[in-house]
Design a protein around this ligand. Structure first.
Ligand SMILES: Cc1ncc(COP(=O)(O)O)c(C=O)c1O
Length: 388
């Protein structure tokens, strides 16, 4: 039995996979079972922020594995303390809760927002407005929070308390702002929704309104965070600081992590026994996360992310097939004139380049430390696929 047959016989068939069995990775390149190499412009959906097996990251992770792989949250570890402190310093938040994924980070944010409101205003003020075309995860509550009807199927009953407003439409948001609303949850750039950014003016109006009514803003930066857009948080480019920000994907450099950051207003709302996660803040993951922060949270590094994003845009400017490029930094969506994004992904794969899709766009989320030379090699392949 070959690997794909073995895999498909035993793993639930919930993903549409390319026929690629990855065996190893180094830098921005991975190698399959037959030794074929692929340049990766997807980084495990924005997760391998430092590429495959970055030496400093791997050293930190391996050293921690040898020191201690896990302990429960009944005890303290220095590495979790260091990681939390550094993350709070970088982002300006007061406290963080660690889970294992983006969905879990958002679950924490949902509980936190409702509890904040319960403590202050009593029961009943618990509705969270999310935006149409958003994506917040696959747990029951985060599916409910996701503002796309196609996700609200089969698994009934879904948790209540989510109302959807059209993105970039302030009138629709205000129409839905009843007295039972405790929070608004947004992605500055809707990633899974097709790399669709929110308008600055809309974000300004939304924040102003929420501040006046003591409605918390939750920024889901699971995909946009940790330098992906060229600033540590995408919110910086909107000059906004949400009450709660969630992070995941790129934060662990490829290890499973989710982080829910809270400002002074709501950092102490969840108290002992109200939330938890066996693996949350695992020492190995925190060691990996610290190694990511060490490299990413530097002005030069972030400026490079912006420059590389601009480089991609410039390289694709003369490509007739690309009618629009959306996104910020190294989170980009390409709108195609005639081709199907899935066909382009397939053609690139045949030529040794991995790209992603999001809705009908080709999506690029290369590792943040990709070189200009590697970008040029990948873009040459991509342009070939777009022009054939
Ligand atoms: C904005 C956003 N939020 C939440 C999630 C869910 O993250 P996870 O798959 O780690 O649970 C994703 C995943 O794509 C995402 O893009």
């Amino acid at each position: 039995m070959d690997t794909i047959e073995q895999f498909d016989s035993h793993v639930m068939q919930t993903y549409d996979r390319l026929p690629l069995v990855m065996e190893s990775g180094s830098g921005r390149t991975c190698t399959d079972e037959d030794g074929k190499r692929y340049l990766d412009f997807g980084s495990g959906i924005g997760t391998n922020s430092l590429g495959y097996c970055d030496p400093a990251w791997a050293d930190a992770v391996c050293a921690q594995v040898r020191r201690m792989q896990h302990t429960s949250n009944y005890y303290y570890t220095k590495v979790q303390a260091d990681f939390a402190e550094r993350l709070c310093q970088i982002t300006g938040y007061k406290r963080v809760f660690f889970g294992n994924s983006g969905a879990e980070a958002n679950e924490c944010a949902i509980k936190l927002a409702r509890k904040y409101s319960f403590d202050k205003y009593g029961a009943g003020r618990n509705v969270i407005i999310t935006l149409r075309n958003s994506f917040h995860g696959r747990t029951m509550a985060t599916l409910s929070a996701t503002g796309q009807d196609c996700f609200h199927n089969y698994f009934f009953p879904f948790p209540e308390g989510f109302v959807y407003a059209e993105a970039n439409d302030i009138d629709d948001l205000l129409k839905k702002m009843h007295n039972n609303v405790c929070a608004v949850m947004l992605e500055y750039i809707q990633g899974e929704g097709g790399v669709v950014p929110l308008d600055s003016k809309y974000v300004d109006q939304l924040y102003d309104f929420c501040a006046k009514r003591d409605i918390l803003v939750i920024a889901d930066e699971v995909q946009t965070g940790v330098g992906r857009t060229g600033t540590f948080l995408a919110g910086e480019q909107y000059a906004k600081k949400a009450d709660i920000t969630t992070l995941a994907k790129g934060l662990g450099g490829g290890l499973p992590i989710g982080a829910c950051l809270a400002n002074g207003k709501c950092a102490d709302v969840l108290t002992k026994g109200m939330h938890g996660s066996t693996f949350g803040g695992n020492p190995v993951v925190c060691a990996g996360g610290l190694a990511v922060l060490e490299q990413v949270a530097k002005p030069d590094f972030l400026a490079q992310v912006l420059a590389k994003g601009a480089h991609i845009r410039a390289a694709l400017r003369d490509c007739q097939e690309v009618t629009e490029i959306t996104g910020l930094g190294l989170m980009l969506g390409l709108t195609l004139k005639t081709k199907q994004a899935a066909d382009v992904k397939q053609a690139a794969f045949q030529r040794g380049l991995l790209v992603l899709t999001a809705k009908d766009k080709v999506r690029l989320l290369p590792p943040l430390n990709i070189t200009i030379g590697e970008l040029d090699s990948g873009l040459a392949i991509l342009k070939e696929c777009l022009s054939q």
